[in-house]
Design a protein around this ligand. Sequence first.
Ligand SMILES: N[C@@H](CCC(=O)N[C@@H](CS)C(=O)NCC(=O)O)C(=O)O
Length: 129
Amino acid sequence: MSAKQFKLTYFPIKALAEPIRFLLKYGEIDFEDHRLDTVNWPTIKDKMPFGQVPVLEMDGKMVHQSVAISRYLAKLVNLTGSNDLEDLEIDAIVDTVTDFRSKIAVYNIEKDVTRKAQLKETLLQETRV
Ligand SMILES: N[C@@H](CCC(=O)N[C@@H](CS)C(=O)NCC(=O)O)C(=O)O
C-alpha cells in the first residue's frame, strides 16, 4: 500500500502498541515490529521522543503518542468516519477507552493491598457500569 518503511518500537506486550499493530496489519502495511528487551530500556529511553514508547518510525521520522499514531494510520488505511460527526463519535469512543484504560492502569500498579481492593471495587461497581 505504501512505499514508506515502518518500524514500531514498544515493549514485548500488547497494551498501547496493539491498536497500531492492528491498523498496520489491516492496511497490509509491512512493518518491523521491534519489541524492546526491557533490560535495555534505560539505554534506549533517551533516544525516544519524551522518553516513552510506542514510537513509530516512518522512513526514519519518529512519531509518538499511540492515539495520534492510530488516528494517522486510520486515515492512511481508510478507517475514518464518512463525515465530521462520525469522526467525532469515533474520537469519543477512543477517548472513553483511554479513560477506562487509565483507571485500570492505576489499579494494576497499586502496591498497597487495601487501596488495591478499593480501586478494584470502584472499577467493578462504578467505572464498568
Ligand atoms: N500517552 C502515551 C503514553 C506512553 C506511555 O505511557 N508509555 C509507557 C509504556 S505503556 C512507557 O514508555 N514507559 C516507560 C517509561 O516511561 O520509562 C501514548 O499513548 O503513547
